[in-house]
Design a protein around this ligand. Structure first.
Ligand code: ADP
Length: 478
């Protein structure tokens, strides 16, 4: 059923109240009937006692006297109460006319005690009390009847009130329920209205938090917190897209300008070669950038497939060290390597780890002027393999330090020196470390150098080779 919560609450309210009213009226009706019955029984019993007393008192003066007294009594009872009395030989001494006109004779009363019954006497309903009594040692039978009409009338009146008021009460209750549920749901409607105003373009809007500390306040706060997270994510995506387009435009513009210039007039072969080399360099840079962007985009989606195998770290580090040594040599930087002598086993993606290490070594050489030093170390500490890359380079200011793992972040120092780079290397390095349940940290002093430390959990050699895994990666937040 596609009913609104308000309609459902109203229906529920109405049903519960109707059931309560019906139960209430039924109990009242039942109680009323019981009390009417008790009252009528009392009335007929006391009439029976009066008839018995009158009969008893006049009995010593003979039956005619009794008859006379009883008929006087019958005349006295103007409220419709009637009676009949039978003597020792079961002959009626006195009978009110209605008893005589009754179609069916009444049953005999019990040997002892009073019997009550309700029956019609001459087309009118009566409550009858019957008793066999012994007066002056002789048996008598007395039947006394009280009309039930006035009591039935009272019961009917009560039932009429029930019938009229019950639907009215239910209608009133429904209206009240509708109003109450409207009031209760008003804050929800306000939340809906303000939520409808929020679009991707203006994610800075927030829902108004209700005053009352209730579930709706919690809901609003939760939605607001969610909006804040979405806003941050959307901002990042927009920033990422803007930065990526900007960084891609530079090498592409270089390629285009070089090609246009070369084509303006005929060139010598060496000039063409020079231009093509510049174009090649720019396209290599574009490829590297696109590769890094793809890696991060896939990491965000959790779609990059890392192959977790048992990896012995030292040979892998040594291979990366050799590449860094070549770069350092070209730049006139001293490179030293001190790797752990005992094997360090990890469950890791070897290619990803190599990428991480190369990013750190490449940066260390890039940001260390000629004559400086780069040291590359690895060792085991507790259950972790620790890799350290330390340089004596330009260092990072305290202000920039918290941001260097952010995507596209490049310190002004790096930009002004025109060191090539995209600002994505450390973002990828941190993602790789975290995807291996590891950490990456940095300590640095401007003008003195930097120390990057990576900690990766160790494992034992015996573990079986792992299957390729997907979706292991945490969402990159940078
Ligand atoms: P890039 O491609 O610019 O090197 P990274 O993400 O690798 O991008 O590094 C981000 C920024 O962190 C660099 O631009 C640089 O400012 C700073 N940085 C990284 N490593 C070092 C280092 N060893 N010494 C000084 N600055 C560094």
């Amino acid at each position: 059923m596609n009913l609104t919560i308000r309609a459902r609450l109203t229906l529920l309210y109405c049903a519960v109240l109707a059931a309560t009213f019906i139960a209430f009226f039924w109990i009242c009706d039942f109680g009323f009937r019981r009390s009417i019955e008790a009252t009528v029984n009392d009335a007929s019993q006391s009439n029976l006692e009066i008839v018995q007393r009158v009969t008893h008192e006049s009995l010593s003066r003979g039956l005619p006297k009794v008859q006379k007294e009883l008929s006087e009594l019958a005349n006295l009872w103007a409220n419709g109460a009637i009676f009949e009395v039978a003597g020792p030989d079961s002959q009626w001494i006195f009978r009110s006319p209605r008893f005589m006109r009754a179609q069916a004779p009444l049953p005999n009363p019990p040997v002892s005690g009073i019997a009550f019954l309700t029956t019609n006497l001459d087309a009118q309903q009566f409550r009858i009390a019957q008793q066999n009594v012994s007066l002056n040692g002789q048996p008598f039978r007395i039947d006394v009847a009280v009309p039930t009409e006035p009591f039935d009338q009272a019961l009917d009146n009560f039932r009429l009130i029930e019938k009229r008021f019950l639907p009215l009460l239910v209608v009133l209750a429904s209206l009240l329920g509708y109003w109450l549920s409207g009031r209760a749901l008003a804050p929800v409607n306000r939340i809906i209205e303000s939520a409808e105003k929020i679009g991707v373009q203006d994610l800075s809007h927030r829902l108004t938090v209700p005053e009352a500390k209730d579930e709706l306040r919690r809901l609003t706060e939760t939605v607001n917190a969610m909006l804040s997270r979405i806003e941050v994510s959307v901002d990042r995506i927009q920033q990422f897209t803007a930065d990526a387009s900007h960084d891609l435009r530079t090498p592409l513009a270089l390629i285009r300008t070089n090609a246009e210039l070369a084509l303006r007039r005929p060139r010598t072969e060496s000039e063409y070669r020079e231009t093509l080399e510049r174009i090649l360099g720019a396209s290599e840079e574009t490829t590297r950038l696109i590769d890094a962007l793809l890696t991060l985009a896939r990491a965000d989606l959790g779609a990059t497939q890392l192959r977790f195998d048992n990896v012995e770290l030292t040979p892998l580090l040594h291979k990366a060290g050799q590449k860094a040594a070549v770069l350092a040599l070209e730049k006139g930087v001293t490179f030293s390597e001190s790797l752990s002598e005992e094997p360090l086993f990890l469950r890791a993606d070897a290619a990803a780890i190599e990428r991480l290490v190369l990013a750190l070594l490449d940066n260390a050489v890039k940001y260390t002027p000629a004559g400086g030093q780069v040291q590359f170390r690895s060792f085991a500490e507790s259950d972790f393999a620790v890799l350290e890359v330390e340089d004596s380079g330009i260092g990072i200011s305290a202000e920039d330090l918290p941001r260097i793992f952010d995507r596209f972040f490049r310190a002004d120092q790096a930009r002004s020196r025109e060191v090539p780079g995209s600002g994505l290397g450390l973002s990828i390095a941190r993602w790789v470390a975290e995807a291996h349940n590891g950490t990456i940290e940095v300590a640095s002093r401007p003008g003195q150098g930097s120390l990057f430390r990576v900690r990766l959990p160790l494992t034992t050699q015996e573990l079986p080779i792992a299957e390729a895994k997907t979706g292991l990666l945490p969402q990159q937040v940078s």
